[in-house]
Design a protein around this ligand. Structure first.
Ligand SMILES: Nc1nc2c(c(=O)[nH]1)N[C@H]1C(S)=C(S)[C@@H](COP(=O)(O)O)O[C@H]1N2
Ligand SMILES: [Mo]
Length: 324
């Protein structure tokens, strides 16, 4: 296990969550009166109503990975999405991701590791305790959210697979199944399926890298990448690949989807950086959702999305305007 020190930006969960919800969450965690708790907690009830198939998860809060910023309401988190497998409109994933079946689910593990093979998702997750982490998510399109994820540290899962010393990168793929994913049947898609992403090994092992299986205390809605997706909070959202079916340890840097489409616009690193503009728009500011025409809610973008202290050391000596 990593030994965690409380970083200075940490706040206890009780400071960012209304007290009634906080108290009820404690009851949830001890497994007591789950149904009574959901009646008493409007936030959770709302989440269940949105996606009737969602299950409550057992997890412990990880307050050292929290923020005092306001969480984005669950309605926005689950209705304004990027998941091109179901279409390019922000509402398409909520509308169509229900056409994907996520149970049973397995992940193929391959490449430079000592325990390759096909793992049922439950088996991969069994050794780990779920935790909640409230992270900012900053899309390259200049909007952002604050999302309470539930899941496990990526490092813990990768260590269990025993990468060899030749593993310098880890690569991920999303499900490719045009029968279930209507966006993959589209003739106009720019993405060469499956959706692909990757991290350098030391980025993947960083304490912030996370595999989410839930949000707002319940299993992930399909549109957010059920049953398991990556969350890399200091990078643009496209790195946080959804509905993962393959993990490959590699010696060479993998080809990743957005870099394949437009390498001059989307780099492999994709670290949030207000000093490096996208060729077609500024990255200095972002719309914090919910945002509307009358209240666009523009805020300043922060380098590494505010996680500089945890990750800046990974890029020492690198020219971030070249390795964007
Ligand atoms: N497989 C897959 N993963 C994906 C995407 C996608 O289109 N397909 N979009 C990415 C982008 S651009 C963003 S901003 C985030 C959005 O995550 P959310 O919808 O849960 O907010 O998912 C990322 N993961
Ligand atoms: Mo994005």
């Amino acid at each position: 296990m990593l030994i965690k020190q409380r970083p200075p930006w940490a706040l206890p969960d009780s400071a960012v969550t209304p007290k009634a919800i906080y108290l009820d969450r404690r009851r949830f965690m001890t497994g007591a009166i789950a149904s009574a708790a959901s009646l008493a907690v409007p936030g959770l009830l709302q989440a269940s109503e949105k996606s009737p198939g969602r299950q409550a998860l057992d997890y412990r809060a990880a307050p050292q990975f929290s923020t005092d910023e306001q969480k984005t309401p669950v309605d926005a988190v689950t209705a304004y999405n990027n998941f091109y497998e179901f279409g390019t409109g922000k509402g398409d994933p909520e509308r169509y991701a229900g056409e994907m079946s996520v149970d049973p689910w397995s992940i193929e593990v391959e490449g430079e590791c000592e325990r390759p093979g096909r793992y049922a998702l439950e088996d991969l997750l069994k050794p780990h305790e779920y935790e909640e982490r409230i992270y900012r998510l900053r899309c390259v399109e200049a909007w952002s959210m604050v999302i309470p994820w539930v899941g496990v540290p990526l490092a813990a899962v990768l260590k269990q697979l025993a990468p060899t010393s030749r593993a310098k990168y880890v690569y991920f793929e999303t499900l490719h199944d045009p029968k279930q994913m209507r966006g993959q049947r589209s003739l106009f898609s720019t993405i060469e399926w499956p959706y692909r992403e990757g991290l350098r090994m030391n980025e993947a092992m960083n304490e912030l890298s996370f595999l989410a299986v839930g949000l707002y205390g319940e299993t992930l809605p399909n549109q957010n990448g059920a049953p398991i997706r990556l969350v890399v909070p200091w990078k643009y959202g496209f790195k946080s690949i959804k509905s993962i079916v393959r993990i490959r340890f590699m010696e060479e840097r993998p080809k990743t989807s957005w870099e394949m489409i437009a390498p001059n616009e989307y780099g492999f690193y994709a670290n949030v950086n207000p000093e490096v503009d996208h060729p077609r728009w500024s990255q200095k500011r972002e719309r914090r959702l919910p945002s509307g025409v009358l209240r666009p809610n523009w805020i300043e973008t922060i380098k590494f999305n505010g996680y500089e202290e945890q990750v800046a050391h990974l890029y020492k000596g690198m020219d971030l305007s070249r390795y964007y």
